[in-house]
Design a protein around this ligand. Structure first.
Ligand SMILES: Nc1ncnc2c1ncn2[C@@H]1O[C@H](COP(=O)(O)OP(=O)(O)OP(=O)(O)O)[C@@H](O)[C@H]1O
Ligand SMILES: [Mg+2]
Length: 221
């Protein structure tokens, strides 16, 4: 029998609204779309991922996303069991790098994905998250980190994005999530962009590319 890999991906950022919950939920939908099993763990006391999933309308064809809420301590205690349950465990974290649940997430993760909005005001807080991830990487040799530009306004900005982000030490994924209604809309219906049909085709393609990039960071392709 093939044993589940149980790879753990933490989505972390210092700033509220950078897109942690959005990225965590799309990763969940994206892993399901490639036929992998996935668990999303909501470590944010605001419980946005959990509430988001709870509001999902159950369509016949849907595989509902398994979202569980947990504290950092519970995560540390149960991570071994969670890894046996699913191929990928995605952790949505609170908007603070000092929160015990964020630190717990980084203690168990193989990969930290930092969603970064490419604006000067977000740059400083992203640099602070990067410092924390680099520091944790020194403690845990299995942890890797990467930066995902999110809410990119249009492709002409791609160069500006890279210019803003080139100050980082961690790799910047060669994928961006653009500012798209589909992402905001998927939160409203409590699902990922894969439940929005062909109208969300562009967003689905971005998420598929994101999954490929994350697998590459995990050394799995
Ligand atoms: N790429 C995107 N395109 C359009 N809307 C987006 C995108 N990413 C995030 N959003 C929207 O921005 C808002 C904040 O996103 P989200 O809740 O994912 O951020 P967060 O980092 O989890 O925030 P918090 O720190 O408060 O938990 C939401 O309304 C979401 O729908
Ligand atoms: Mg959130």
């Amino acid at each position: 029998m093939l044993l589940s890999l149980g790879r753990v991906i933490a989505v972390v950022s210092q700033k509220g609204g950078a897109g942690k919950t959005t990225v965590a939920m799309q990763l969940g939908g994206g892993f399901q779309a490639i036929g992998a099993s996935v668990l999303v763990v909501d470590l944010d006391p605001q419980e946005s991922a959990f509430r988001w999933a709870e509001s999902a309308p159950l369509l016949d064809s849907d595989l509902p996303l398994d979202v569980r809420k947990m504290s950092g301590l519970e995560l540390i205690k149960h991570i071994g069991e969670l890894q046996k349950e699913a191929d990928y465990v995605v952790l949505d974290t609170p908007p603070s790098i000092y929160h015990p649940s964020t630190l717990a997430a980084l203690a168990v993760a193989h990969l930290a994905v930092i969603p970064a909005v490419p604006s000067p005001t977000d740059l400083w807080s992203t640099l602070a998250v990067e410092r924390l991830v680099l520091n944790r990487m020194e403690q845990s040799h299995r942890l890797h980190g990467c930066i995902l530009p999110n809410r990119v306004q249009n492709t002409a900005l791609a160069n500006d994005v890279l210019e803003l982000l080139h100050e980082f030490t961690l790799p910047i994924l060669d994928v961006v999530l653009c500012q798209r209604n589909a992402y905001a809309q998927s939160a409203v219906i409590g699902a990922s962009v894969f439940q929005l049909g062909s109208a969300a085709d562009a967003a689905q393609q971005e998420v598929r590319k994101l999954i490929a990039a994350v697998l590459k960071q995990l050394g799995e392709n």
